[in-house]
Design a protein. Structure first.
Lengths: 430, 244
């Protein structure tokens, strides 16, 4: 408070105060990725985007800061129960002008604070008016300022397809938030949002990205459409869906809508609305396990049905999903690391994408021994129960799943106590 | 074991490696160390030969471009005492091509690749963690103290990224500087240094950034351990957001 007071007289009060309101309103968006796009600036301009993405700082919650993540406005017409900016919530309202956002972005970028801009907004008068103002900001950045840095633009559900197309031409990544994992929950908690209005622009963006790829193959000069793809986000723990439903939804989004990422955000209690569960703390471990399972879907060749089932609808809190799968499938193990193919190696707990590749590269030179495995960087603490090397088991471990389970648990340092979700009786009987 | 000596410069190092690879049938079985480390040292001294060193590197770039990049990163670490490992690595790179980086079970490959990886990681980190301040004349200025000698690759990175503004990089520990001014990139060393005056706008933008940094964190999910492991405290000294 002292700092803010001391500068009141030098600073045009507005931008600082708005920044405070509109960045704290934007912090519930999980995405801060700046990867997947390689962009060179126009000769007159400056800024570029790096394929790998760059983090510029890490906030007190440990999350990376790579983009200036703000709302254009938090003055919302909608009244979604889980949201801090809902119209019935008495928070201070503010809206940036286009020039303010442009100046902030360029000022921060020139000092290397950020990789670019992540612009979202509450729904002002109408989805179209809001989206148009957001597109205007990035238009100024790209056209007038010749800005070549990364831009992530949120699509407001219900806006015209013309605006969606324009957004995709200026932005590196676009995203439409799916918010809640099912239509029923959406109706209960966000009655003004419709599933169709969310899925329609998502499908449109998916189609545009696909056809843009074809165009770019024919002509390198064709303008790019959202080169870093599209993503979405859903809130975990604000509605009663189980992990199996959530994973199947993500799997569908990856396959059918061609999404780059699905973000899961543990519900942080922001309201005492009686439609919401009472949580002692955000379900962080559940969020973490969902991300692990999401990685299994995208990089490890697993399907949602392999990870969970109707009889087993929630992810194990004590084990990561791959170890849990391995313990249920003793018939798959042990895996012989000097002969197994890439897909099989990936299924071994403790072996990730990097170490699987390294194993394959290293065994071209010589057979891999237990010492060699450690040098390569495999997490032997977990892997040793599931592999053999030239027919020799790594340690005398017996392959009884129950025993392995126990030993893994003993080896696991500090099991995080799961945060339990308190559910009020009768709440979810809709 | 036969021992070769070089004078401590990188030209001399690569000249020596080139000479050994040509003259020795089994480069795995010789040692290469810096001259003057021991009082009574024995060994063949190999004089620096810039042409030969460059030729070796060019040949390596053709035969194994990934390994050449690994060696470039390794040199940024300014490590002493690993010359013999480097010699073996180069010899293996010529024998196997780029596949050599996968030969992690070989101790020399592992030494070189892991040090190169550490240098590469810090280079990537500094691309994000470097902070510029605007000076009175409109140029931008950044100080840093990285573990590796990163000024050259960082300067060429910012040459494309921030080409529309004049800027300086200053490595406080090594007293080296890079300057991008009106489309020209220059390097040099600095003996005496004074801090130039900041522009009038600078403090205002810094305050905006510090405010953003604080409000973007979710207070319900504070995690200082994770923050420090991603952004070690040794870098905080020059981070604008940590100066409050």
């Amino acid at each position: 408070m002292y700092i803010i007071l001391s500068v009141l007289y030098i600073l045009p009060m507005n931008t600082l105060e708005k920044l405070q309101i509109l960045s704290s309103a934007a912090r519930y968006d999980a995405s801060c990725a700046s990867s997947g796009s390689k962009r060179e600036s126009a000769s007159a301009g400056f800024g570029n985007a790096s394929q790998s993405g760059i983090c510029h700082s890490w906030a007190d919650d440990g999350r990376c800061i790579s983009l200036l993540k703000i709302l254009l406005s938090n003055d919302c017409r909608y009244d979604c129960a889980y949201c801090v900016n809902r119209s019935s919530h008495p928070v201070q309202r503010a809206s940036f002008t286009a020039k303010e956002v442009v100046d902030l972005t360029l000022g921060f970028y020139r000092r290397n604070y950020i990789e670019g801009l992540f612009l979202s907004s509450a729904v002002m008068q109408s989805p179209d008016v809001t989206m148009e103002r957001m597109v205007r900001v990035v238009e100024v950045l790209r056209r007038e300022e010749q800005f070549g840095g990364y831009i992530h633009l949120k699509i407001i559900p219900g806006c015209s397809s013309e605006l969606v197309r324009k957004a995709g031409l200026y932005a590196d990544r676009v995203s439409v938030n799916i918010e809640l994992p099912s239509q029923v929950s959406l109706q209960r908690l966000a009655p003004q949002k419709e599933k169709a209005a969310i899925l329609e622009p998502m499908a449109l963006v998916g189609r545009e990205i696909a056809s843009n790829l074809v165009e770019r193959q024919m002509s390198r000069k064709a303008p790019r459409f959202a080169p870093a793809g599209q993503s979405t986000q859903m809130i975990i723990g604000a509605s009663p869906e189980n992990d199996f439903q959530i994973l199947r939804l993500s799997q569908g989004l990856y396959k059918k809508m061609n999404l780059k990422r699905v973000y899961y955000s543990a519900y942080v209690p922001v309201s005492d609305d009686n439609r919401l569960p009472v949580l002692t703390s955000p379900p962080l471990l559940r969020e973490h396990r969902l991300y692990q399972a999401d990685w299994l879907l995208r990089f490890y060749g697993f399907s949602a049905e392999e990870i969970l089932s109707d009889d087993l609808p929630f992810l194990d809190e004590t084990f990561d999903p791959k170890t849990a799968w391995a313990l249920r499938h003793p018939e798959f193990f042990p895996v012989e690391i000097n002969r197994a193919d890439y897909a099989t190696l990936l299924r071994v707990p403790g072996i990730g994408v990097t170490s699987a590749r390294r194993i394959i590269a290293a065994r071209r030179f010589s057979a891999i021994t237990p010492e060699g495995m450690k040098k390569i960087g495999v997490v032997m603490k977990r892997a040793k129960y599931f592999i053999t090397s030239t027919e020799r088991a790594f340690e005398k471990v017996d392959q009884n799943p129950l025993r392995i389970r126990q030993q893994l648990l003993l080896g696991e340092v500090a099991v995080v106590p799961p945060s339990r979700q308190l559910v009020l009786p009768g709440l979810y009987l809709s | 074991m036969k021992r070769y000596l070089y004078d401590g410069t990188s030209e001399s190092l690569f000249s020596a490696i080139s000479w050994i690879l040509e003259e020795e049938a089994e480069p795995e079985k010789v040692l290469l160390t810096e001259q003057g480390l021991e009082l009574f040292e024995e060994g063949f001294f190999i004089k620096a030969n810039t042409g030969q060193a460059e030729l070796l590197f060019q040949r390596l770039c053709q035969r194994a471009p990934d390994s050449a990049y690994t060696i470039t990163l390794f040199m940024l670490a300014e490590k002493r005492g690993m010359e013999s490992s480097l010699l073996r690595y180069v010899s293996l790179a010529f024998a196997h091509g780029d596949k050599v980086n996968g030969y992690l079970t070989h101790p020399a490959v592992r030494d070189i690749v892991s040090i190169a990886k550490r240098a590469g990681r810090e280079l990537h980190r500094m691309k994000g963690l470097l902070r510029f301040e605007e000076l009175q004349d409109g140029a931008y200025f950044a100080k840093m103290e990285p573990d590796h000698n990163l000024i050259q690759p960082l300067a060429s990175w910012f040459r494309t990224r921030l080409r529309a503004q004049n800027w300086f990089l200053y490595d406080v520990k090594r007293r080296t500087a890079a300057c991008w001014s009106n489309g020209m990139l220059q390097f040099g060393t600095i003996d005496k240094f004074y801090i130039p005056a900041l522009s009038e706008d600078e403090k205002r933008v810094q305050l905006l950034w510090q405010t953003f940094f604080r409000t973007i964190a979710l207070q319900d999910r504070k995690n200082p351990g994770l923050q420090k492991s991603n952004m070690p405290m040794k870098y905080w000294k020059y981070l604008t957001e940590m100066q409050t």
